[in-house]
Design a binder for this molecule. Structure first.
Ligand code: PCA
Length: 323
């Protein structure tokens, strides 16, 4: 070995040793498939953190519920089995009514309203998460929710008896109020659930319709734009505090950028994914006034039920949102 190679080898060894001594790796469970824009955005966040910290903090994204099932992700982060994770915020509806607000039909169904709702609810959400040792890094919305079915739905009563796929307590309740039969199913399991006839209708975004190839099983998409629900990325507070100052700052900065980028991605998804559905033969229906009125009536019932559960804190949030 000549002198130069020896030196270079020694240098490389030192670098890798020092990286190994100070580098941290976070395994990150997420619920949705790789092609979903949320997952794409999170991978970009991970790469931003890697770059900004010079490789000191690596985040390995495990998508589609491969590390922890969707319903377990929050508790895994809370318990420290995973330092960071993503989940659908409305899954926590039964813990605290604030988590269900963005799944109430027609409360905030366009992006400016959704942004306002996030701003108004964030302090309450931060507080509730902090009480469990969690910290919200960022939140990104899904595009507005529409109804997928095998037949055209002209009014909510046309949903009677349908086996309806739900993703949380609110969608379960909506199905019940429409006389449908709800079953909770994760996105990753949807193609099989439709193929085996466990469900025959759903309400979700154009993004999820495309990622599950809805055209294989369904013929109509009713663009009802009923609500704009969000995912959150949370970190275990103790794991976050164990990072050095500069790394914490880098994570916060990358999180802010991810939230901004994610909202833009979400906005661009609606039209582009509806176009893909059309190309694949799904009929895109502008909802009839009857359908909208009947869904709004269901929404009013759900809002009243929510207000009862949410009490004074809920009333304050609602007032702040409506101001
Ligand atoms: N997709 C996710 C949540 C909302 C959405 O648009 C789902 O269908 O489970």
């Amino acid at each position: 070995m000549n002198q130069f190679v020896k030196l270079a080898t020694a240098a490389a060894f030192t670098v890798s040793l020092s990286t190994a001594a100070f580098a941290t790796t976070w395994e990150m469970p997420t619920p949705y498939p790789d092609a979903t824009f949320h997952t794409v955005n999170i991978k970009e966040f991970a790469s931003d953190v890697d770059k900004a910290t010079g490789g000191k903090l690596k985040i390995n994204v495990h998508s589609a519920g491969s590390l922890f099932k969707h319903k377990q992700i929050k508790n895994a982060v809370r318990g420290g089995q995973a330092p960071i994770g993503e989940f659908f915020m409305g899954l926590l509806a039964n813990e605290n009514p604030v988590y269900a607000m963005d799944t109430l039909p027609f409360l905030a169904s366009d992006y400016p309203s959704a942004e306002k709702l996030w701003k108004v609810t964030r302090p309450t959400i931060d507080k509730a998460m902090a009480a469990q040792g969690l910290m919200v890094l960022f939140s990104v919305p899904w595009p507005p929710q529409g109804i997928y079915a095998k037949k055209e739905i002209k009014t909510a009563t046309d949903m009677k008896g349908l086996k309806f796929r739900a993703y949380n307590a609110s969608t379960t309740r909506l199905a019940e109020l429409a006389g449908a039969v709800p079953t909770q199913i994760e996105v990753a399991d949807l193609p099989q659930a439709f193929a085996t006839g466990r469900v025959d209708a759903m309400i979700t975004s154009p993004s999820t319709g495309v990622s599950t190839k809805a055209w294989d099983f369904l013929s109509y998409f009713h663009h009802t734009q009923a609500w704009i629900p969000k995912n959150v990325v949370v970190v275990n507070k103790a794991a976050f505090m164990a990072l050095d100052d500069a790394t914490r700052e880098a994570v916060k900065k990358a999180a802010m950028a991810a939230e901004k980028r994610g909202w833009e991605m979400s906005k661009a998804e609606t039209d582009s994914k509806i176009a893909i559905m059309k190309e694949n033969g799904i009929k895109i229906i502008t909802p009839s006034p009857e359908l909208l009125a009947s869904l709004k009536a269901i929404g009013a019932t759900m809002s009243a039920e929510w207000a009862k559960k949410a009490g004074a804190e809920g009333a304050d949030l609602l007032a702040a949102y409506k101001k």
